[in-house]
Design a protein around this ligand. Structure first.
Ligand code: ADP
Ligand code: MG
Length: 294
């Protein structure tokens, strides 16, 4: 028997490195008219590295001590920023103290007890009560240059800032352009990161519509709002923070290589080979298969 068009399209998508989970998904892909892209790990390579280690003088910590505490707290996390912090500590040959009572809040950061001290690492705007705190100015400065700044709190007090940089994927701008052409609508960027870093990256990728500082439920509301306006939205993301939006959207696509388990399970399709350009290619495959089905 000849293979039904949607099944051949699934096989074809597989050759492009995209795992499409069902024939229904293969069909729905071609209906998408609006795309929402996550930033960290989706539009960027997701292999960020620590560029700045800035202990606050009053913390009494030096660079290595600050980095070791942060890395110990981040150690259990699967977030790309967490891996950057742990790698930076390893590169400096720092031993990581044992970590207890780890918790993480998607879109905010992590918290753990490290050698008897409570260490929190995460978004400065979410962890600081006082927006005028000197650490906020250090963070803003790093963010102006497109970096992500994370605050390290020790026993409830700001102890220092880490600057983290990630590169735009080489195929990001071309993918944004082909998605715009295919769907007739320019993609939107949905990110939990700060507005300054997000604007910097969006400009490089050719995206104008940027929504930053979003918690997982804010990403979900943004998608619901677009679908409420009659759009068929495709969300492309990699994180635990993207899972609610991936689940609610007409179509959810997860980045497979560095994606969180939750994102991979929740998504309708997974980009297995780490190429963003596979997204428009798969939409085009669906369109062609649908023409054959009808
Ligand atoms: P994105 O939407 O761009 O993928 P996330 O929602 O995952 O970003 O993260 C948003 C922000 O929350 C980060 O920029 C960072 O400030 C903070 N954050 C989240 N998880 C962590 C973590 N494990 N370590 C440090 N900061 C974190
Ligand atoms: Mg992400």
């Amino acid at each position: 028997a000849t293979m039904p068009p949607l099944l051949s399209a699934i096989a074809n998508a597989g050759r492009h490195g995209v795992l499409v989970k069902s024939a229904v998904v293969m069909e729905r892909l071609g209906q998408v008219d609006t795309v929402a892209l996550d930033k960290t790990g989706t539009l960027t390579e997701g292999s960020p590295h620590v560029t700045d280690v800035r202990p606050l003088r009053r913390s009494g910590l030096d660079e290595d001590e600050l980095l070791a505490l942060a890395a110990a707290a981040e150690h259990p996390s699967e977030h790309p920023l967490a891996r950057a912090v742990v790698d930076a500590a390893r590169e400096r040959g720092l031993g990581l103290p044992a970590t207890e009572d780890f918790t993480s809040a998607p879109g905010i950061g992590v918290k753990a007890v490290v050698g008897g001290r409570t260490v929190a690492v995460g978004a400065p705007a979410r962890l600081l009560d006082d927006a005028e705190h000197p650490s906020a100015a250090i963070a803003e400065n790093l963010e102006e240059s497109g970096r992500t700044a994370v605050l390290v709190m020790v026993d409830g007090l700001p102890a220092g800032i880490l600057g983290i940089a990630d590169r735009l994927r080489p195929d990001a701008a071309a993918t944004v352009a082909s998605l715009t052409k295919l769907t007739g609508t320019a993609p939107t960027l949905l990110t939990g990161d700060n507005a300054r870093a997000a604007a910097h990256l969006a400009a490089e990728a050719g995206i104008d519509d940027v929504r930053a500082g979003l918690l997982p439920q804010d990403k979900l509301s943004a998608v619901k709002e677009m679908e409420g306006a009659g759009r068929k939205v495709m969300v492309v993301g990699d994180g635990v923070n993207d899972a609610p939006a991936l689940a609610a959207a007409h179509m959810g696509i997860a980045m497979g290589r560095a994606g969180s388990d939750l994102a991979l399970e929740t998504a309708d399709a997974v980009i297995v080979r780490d190429e963003l350009a596979a997204v428009p290619a798969t939409v085009a495959l669906s369109r062609r298969a649908r023409e054959l089905v009808v």
